[in-house]
Write a protein that binds this ligand. Structure first.
Ligand SMILES: [Zn+2]
Length: 215
């Protein structure tokens, strides 16, 4: 295949490197974690979001909620509904969701844009109340501080695996985070769900060894 670029911008200086491959070719040739290769949605999420540090109580409340909704489904299903979730759950405003009542639950159960699972909807309201209580007792940023206190020391991490199958589904830290959140009143925060959240929110960096984002 040719990697030669044809000028399409009027040849301002004529100095473009002749062997620079077209952008599309670069995109195809970049090596990524295997889990994201099935759709462009996943590739974009992998490249721009997954594993990058997420901070802030609202952002983390959203991530915990979406991971809980993901349980039993594909992440892709959740990702494609994410904007609908944001609209349905008041932008994941913790105080607003904590005040959701039975009428809101019925509204959400009739919202075809989200996952209509009453237990998960109830859990989201429960978790908003828990996040609100945590903030009221420990101040703004309390949920962020709690979650990030379970980030393992990256300097002692084992070598990156070459294959997704070698990644853990839960760890001692995800179990400890799960227990601490439950102790604070959170539900639907099991150790496997919490490990997925730790990966997504950058508490751990699980890009495989040959991924272009492995540092
Ligand atoms: Zn990767």
């Amino acid at each position: 295949m040719s990697s030669r670029v044809t000028s399409s911008s009027g040849g301002v200086s004529g100095a473009a490197a002749p062997d620079t491959p077209p952008l599309e070719l670069v995109t195809r040739e970049v090596v990524r974690c295997g889990w994201c290769l099935s759709t462009p949605d996943y590739i974009e999420y992998h490249d721009l979001e997954w594993g990058r540090p997420v901070h802030g109580d609202v952002a983390l409340f959203e991530r915990i909620t979406l991971e809980a909704f993901q349980s039993g489904l594909s992440w892709l299903a959740i990702l494609r509904k994410r904007e609908n979730f944001r609209a349905a759950f008041a932008g994941f405003d913790i105080d607003a969701v904590a005040q959701f009542d039975e009428g809101d639950v019925e509204r959400l159960m009739n919202d075809a844009g989200i996952v209509r699972n009453r237990r998960k909807i109830d859990a989201t309201i429960t978790n908003a109340k828990a996040a609100r209580d945590l903030r009221d007792s420990d101040g703004y940023g309390a949920l962020d501080a709690l979650i990030w206190s379970f980030a393992p020391d990256q300097s002692t991490r084992p070598p990156r695996p070459c294959d997704l199958s070698q990644l853990p589904s839960q760890t001692a830290e995800s179990n400890a985070l799960s227990k601490e959140l439950k102790r604070n009143g959170f539900v639907f925060v099991g150790p496997i769900t919490m490990y997925a959240a730790m990966q997504a929110c950058g508490l751990v960096d699980d890009h495989v060894a040959d991924c272009h984002l492995a540092s």
